[in-house]
Design a protein around this ligand. Structure first.
Ligand SMILES: C[S@@+](CC[C@H](N)C(=O)[O-])C[C@H]1O[C@@H](n2cnc3c(N)ncnc32)[C@H](O)[C@@H]1O
Length: 204
């Protein structure tokens, strides 16, 4: 008999999902349509869709191997659309009709684990798809100009670059500059547990 796929479990997502949800509940309006880029295991999509019942949540993922896990985590949630495979670098994002115009785009922990070109692609895609009052929210570790980087993030950066020279912690100023080039502005920068930041961007 075929076995149902077992959802993947990332301990970090288990730890950070509630603090992130609390920011989303504060920053976002009560209803809208959100695209999540790089949904990973699907734990975030399930937690955020359950905690934001007025929102329709569109999960997406680059790695085909993660799609079944995301579908399994979100199977019981009526406000989650079927997961799609999405590479931010694609010129056209394959969004279904229900998620062509977006009130929010959420992307956690992708910018430092993908080539730098993904940052510009994320900003340009957000500029193409966000509604006029929409927001792009990114979460992860960043280097902040003028501030010492936490030792744990320095170690993480060395580890990332050893795994792939195109990866590494991004400078907050560089990320904000890419956003600005695409017509987005960094409007809020929220400190999160474990030396992470949640960044909120809006149209300039
Ligand atoms: C560390 S995981 C983060 C997963 C999840 N967002 C989380 O915080 O648990 C990095 C994610 O970046 C995604 N990724 C890497 N390159 C990508 C690309 N070109 N387009 C979209 N996602 C990409 C991976 O597939 C993976 O889901």
């Amino acid at each position: 008999m075929p076995q149902a796929p077992r959802p993947l479990n990332a301990p970090a997502a288990e730890r950070n999902r509630q603090p992130i949800l609390e920011v989303l509940q504060r920053v976002l309006p009560t209803r809208g349509v959100a695209l999540e880029i790089a949904s990973g295991t699907g734990q975030h999509a399930a937690h955020f869709a359950a905690g934001l019942p007025g929102w329709t949540w569109q999960p997406s993922e680059y790695e085909a191997a993660n799609l079944a896990s995301i579908a399994a985590w979100t199977a019981e949630l009526a406000n989650v659309l079927p997961v799609i495979q999405l590479d931010v670098l694609a010129a056209i994002w394959p969004l279904p009709a229900a998620a062509q115009t977006l009130d929010a785009i959420f992307c956690a922990n992708m910018l430092h684990i993908s080539p730098w070109a993904c940052c510009a692609a994320l900003m340009q895609g957000a500029a193409r798809h966000l509604a006029p009052q929409g927001h792009l929210l990114t979460y992860g570790p960043y280097r902040v100009p003028g501030l010492a980087t936490a030792p744990s993030n320095e170690t993480f950066d060395v580890d990332l670059r050893a795994r792939n020279p195109a990866w590494g912690l991004r400078d907050l100023g560089d990320v904000a500059a890419e956003a600005q080039r695409a017509g987005l502005q960094l409007i809020e920068q929220i400190s999160m547990p474990a030396n992470n930041l949640l960044l909120v961007f809006a149209r300039s």
